[in-house]
Design a protein around this ligand. Sequence first.
Ligand code: RIB
Length: 299
Amino acid sequence: MKVLCFGSLNIDYTYKVEHFVQKGETISSQSLQVFSGGKGLNQSIALAKAGADTSHAGAIGTDGRFLLEQMEAAGVHTEHVAVLEDVRSGNAIIQNDKEGDNCIILYGGANQAITREQADSVIGSFAPGDYIVLQNEINELAYIMQKAHERGMKVILNPSPMDEKIKTLPLEYVDFFLLNEVEAGQILETEETEGEILADRLLERFPGAAIVLTLGSKGSIYADGKQKIRQKAYRVKAVDTTAAGDTFTGYFIAEMASGQTAERAMDLASRASAIAVTRAGAAPSIPLRKEVEEYVPNL
Ligand code: RIB
């Protein structure tokens, strides 16, 4: 099956800081690095590195051509990425602290200039049964979901970053949700934080979907109408957690699209994201399949 990732492409400006800047405070950073990023781009690169036949659709400005080069180098087909003359590429200002955690400010730029004509043309070149992977960093998401569903594609939604718009989407068309416990709580409008309970409630709400709930150091849970799988997290020393979730999503979906079991997909995705956390940056931190398969967990 082919996989289409219709999503954001960002230029990530990553500042290494002692601690995240507080309200009213000015701090100096220890370094600035510029990486390719964006949840869409990261997931496309993870999909391709995992071995999926991956196409990316989205939009950049002329300042973002290096993003295309980096996707192509990873094996992603980029003919469905529009290069716009009159708008900047999306970008992200990322603070990365000494624990490896981050906080991010997004500027949407070209990611918010997707047109329905582009969506129609892209989705028209995929077939029933192909996968479409979506996040929440582009406009026209509801339209894209509707058209992909009508086309018979499998719809994968990573509702990140979470905001009120997610609740207005046709979530009944989603075949796979990949989300964390905070996003799950917001979709369900509950204060509940227990992973098992959230997974059950998501399944009750979306009985036709499969749920992949990531729980940080507590691992992750896969649940569908027939089975529930609990996957441990592989423990590593974090350098930069940016794109760890995207790496998990890309590896998990690549395995499912190639007909592997959910159990195998969950384990491979956990290993891949553990490696990503030990490296700086977004897309550049995503490991090759060979590295993931040879990874010896340090439990
Ligand atoms: O998931 C990580 C990504 O979120 C970063 O690459 C940044 O661009 C934001 O989109």
